[in-house]
Design a protein around this ligand. Sequence first.
Ligand SMILES: [Zn+2]
Length: 79
Amino acid sequence: MADDEFRYWCEECDYRTPWLTESAGAEEQIEHYDHHHPGTPPGGRVELRAKKTDGAGCLVVLGILFLLLLATFTFRYWP
Ligand SMILES: [Zn+2]
């Protein structure tokens, strides 16, 4: 699911593939051209879904906070 970041748009009509992996999307587009635009080389454009990094960024912040907390306790109770 995390890799479904690509959507292929047909150049000849309004068709676009669902969000798929890069290879699955390309295959889907070629198949669409085969069925709907025979003899036309596949064209159009690829849309890349913006990655959601909010979760990862939050984890990084939590990790840094945890390390700071750990350092604080380590130095406070240093003999
Ligand atoms: Zn088309």
